[in-house]
Design a protein around this ligand. Structure first.
Ligand code: FES
Length: 109
């Protein structure tokens, strides 16, 4: 799957190199993050967004960062979770929800 969010630059930039790497996959692609990262941090150092707003299709990268808004929902190991509260574990499989339902029932990426 290729989308504009995959081609765009990451939202976060690390100020230091990764010292304690954890391997995970993001939409099936192997990635690496720092031990102690949340899913939100791990994803946004690779991508510009976590999901699309279902109402208007805009890319979203979380809002509250404290578990209150659910603007950061992703699937981790097939379970929907709030990325801002969920610590990354080795081997996690993170999938972003970037499809926006259309009136004909299809999805747009
Ligand atoms: S950013 Fe609000 S719940 Fe995660």
């Amino acid at each position: 799957m290729t989308s504009d969010s995959q081609a765009a630059p990451a939202r976060f930039h690390r100020l230091a190199e990764i010292r304690n790497p954890i391997a995970f996959t993001l939409d099936g692609v192997p990635q690496e993050a720092e031990a102690g990262d949340t899913l939100l941090c791990a994803v946004l150092t690779v991508r510009p967004a976590l999901r699309r707003n279902l109402a208007d299709g805009e890319l979203r990268a979380g809002f509250c960062q404290i578990g209150a808004c659910q603007d950061c929902l992703v699937r981790c190991n097939d379970v929907p979770v709030r990325a801002c509260l969920t610590p990354l574990n080795p081997g996690d499989r993170i999938e972003l929800v970037l499809d926006v339902p259309t009136q004909d029932g299809g999805g747009e990426t």
